[in-house]
Design a protein around this ligand. Sequence first.
Ligand code: NAD
Length: 484
Amino acid sequence: MTIDYDQLYVGGSFTAPAGRGTIAVHSPLTGDRLGSVPEADETDIDRAVAAARTAFDDPQGWSRWTPARRGEVLERFAVALEQRGAEFSRRVSIQNGMPITLAQAFEGGFPPVLVRYFARMMQDLPQEETRPGMLGGASRVIKEPIGVVAAIVPWNVPQAISFLKLGPSLAAGCTVVLKPAPETVLDAMLLGEAAAEAGLPDGVLNIVPGGRELGAYLISHPKVDKVSFTGSTAAGRSIASTCGQLLRPVTLELGGKSAAIVLDDANLSQQLEAFFGVTLLNNGQICWLNSRVLAPRSRYAEIVDTISDLASSVKLGDPLDPSTQMGPLVSQRQRDRVEGYIAKGLSEGARITTGGGRPAGLDSGWFVEPTIFADVDNGSTIAQEEIFGPVLSVIPYSTEDEAVAIANQSDYGLGGSVWTTDPERGEAVARRVQSGTIGINAYTNDPTAPFGGIKASGLGREMGPEGLAAYQVYKTIYLDPPKA
Ligand code: NAD
């Protein structure tokens, strides 16, 4: 049975779209049609932004409510999300190939956690303070919601990424127009159903499926106050330049080419599950994955063998099968891109130790074998450009200093990890890596800590109190000075 919608969630209910187009979603495993949603057009965006604007500007509305009152609605929202957790996981998995066990954790499980976390934080953190001044008076410093947020998300982890934006922005009192990627619109519609059931006030959340032109229209809309984007660096640069012209605040979570630094005392074979988690999770389609592995020359052959064995043991298959570790890539376009990089790596002289082709016995589906390149030069294309697939480059180094230098020779700076049996040594190395985040013997995006990149990986942070602050502005009221 296909999942088909003929209405959009705008202004607090599902209503007929102005747009005549349809976005059809096909299974990356079988090619079968999974369902469809209306494609929003510019009139739909105008309507969605107007609804968000009206909701935000209402003097008795959402933005003016106490955090506790918003918290009650957000708790209902969290419950509605939780009740649909299994269906969120299933829909994401069938659309983008994410293994179901991962989808259950990221896509079904994480959103309600984020909603509750930020709703609670908004109630616990003081939202204003009175500061005695130096010039005789005092100032009231108030945090206010930033306004109408345009949130644009990619297909790779669509629900969790949406909630890195919705959790803090809604808790802060903002209203949102969310544009999902065309590849993953069926889960976005389920999100609309959860919002409607939870009774989010009209216009607080609006969902407008569409492609990049529609996204470009949304972020430049005159009635939008803030843009929050997750996606490719190329799109991020274009969005940043528009926001620069408009002097519009923007948060950008972009691409990565992070390094796993394996130190010479590491015991990788005891940490294979964690190592898989930082290198090949979600079919290699996560921005912070460590697609460069830096291995000491003293143990190079052994480490290449360990990683190659890990890659060749990965179970590929139907993403809905709980034993599947790697599903198909999201689309033919994405597989073409990944295969193009594999060809490029070979032409540049790197050596494939495992993978490199399409897996035997899986004739349908956009599968690519987990592929390990050894003897990779850090200056080569496969070591510098984001591939966004299950392809790792193992790069040799001689000294710790050289490992840090190689890790830092990248346009990106998003994630990373250090593998060692000496956590103190690991932290000392981690401190020298130019990156917004980095893990030691693992990599866990904990909601309490800021996540985001430097260099071409983006601007700003999500999660933690920093992720809430991205949706607030300070207002200062200089209080009536004491009379002499
Ligand atoms: P993409 O940039 O092509 O598209 C992402 C979203 O932006 C989609 O909704 C798309 O329709 C929209 N879009 C594209 N161009 C736009 C424009 N000019 N203006 C407005 N909207 C536009 O990226 P993708 O291929 O869907 O996703 C993969 C990329 O996302 C990878 O580079 C990956 O590293 C990155 N990503 C980053 C993070 C992070 O947190 N840093 C997380 C996940 C994915």
